[in-house]
Design a protein around this ligand. Structure first.
Ligand code: CA
Length: 229
């Protein structure tokens, strides 16, 4: 996969359910971190904001409902899509689930293809290039499905790292990414790479984007990192 896979946080206390979900989500190519109670999940979210949260309704220590409420109350985590899982299917629960701010709600037993389709639909909002979508900024267009990048009428040739870098920037135009954040998102969190490597690849990306002319869209933010636009 040439774009860093979305990171999903799976919060489910029943081991068998958790294993099945983990298996299905990893089979889709997602990076999955798991928690079996609400408090641990809250700590994991503090450490690293996931791209999506699959959240069981009834959890020990801190319930899924309460955790969802907290996630949606904080500016730093509000935009993370949350899918709530529930064993109960009463309409009143569904309404309560959505009232907590959950983005979607799935009743167990759920249909696997439908569940995965709903995850893709939510990820299209937060990680469009990772699920085959197209992203554009000014005259630059990146297609997650064909892995092509165009600027105006020209096809651009980007190395795999520059492609992932551009996808990361395009998913959040204007956001300043620190070198460490770029390392996590583009190279992966388990790989040791010197932060200066980021500068080298940003340089290559700039060169590739401007090879047929046009302004350099990437901004260096002194002491902070890089941003698109
Ligand atoms: Ca449960």
């Amino acid at each position: 996969m040439s774009i860093a896979p979305p990171v999903l946080l799976l919060v489910e206390d029943e081991p068998a359910q958790r294993e099945i979900l983990l298996y299905n989500l990893e089979a889709e190519g997602y990076t999955v971190i798991t928690a079996d109670n609400g408090e641990d999940a809250a700590l994991l979210i503090e450490e690293e904001v996931p791209d999506l949260i699959v959240l069981d309704w009834m959890l020990p220590r801190l319930s899924g409902i309460e955790l969802c409420r907290r996630i949606k109350a904080r500016a730093a985590t509000r935009d993370i899509p949350v899918i709530m899982l529930s064993a109960r299917g009463e309409e009143s629960d569904r309404v309560r689930g959505l009232e907590t701010g959950a983005d979607d709600y799935v009743t167990k037993p759920y249909s696997r293809p439908e569940f995965l389709a709903r995850i893709r639909a939510l990820l299209r909002r937060t990680r469009p290039t990772a699920v085959g979508g197209e992203l554009a900024y000014d005259d630059i267009v990146l297609c997650g499905e064909t892995h092509r990048v165009r600027r105006g009428d020209q096809d651009l040739r980007l190395g795999p790292t520059e492609f992932r870098l551009l996808a990361t920037f395009l998913e959040r135009p204007g956001r300043v990414f620190s070198r460490d954040q770029l390392l996590d998102r583009v190279w992966g969190r388990d790989i040791y790479v010197d932060t200066r490597t980021v500068d080298v690849h940003v340089g290559r990306l700039r060169k590739a984007l401007c090879v047929y002319g046009g302004e350099d869209p990437i901004r260096t933010v002194r002491g902070a990192g890089y941003a698109l636009g």
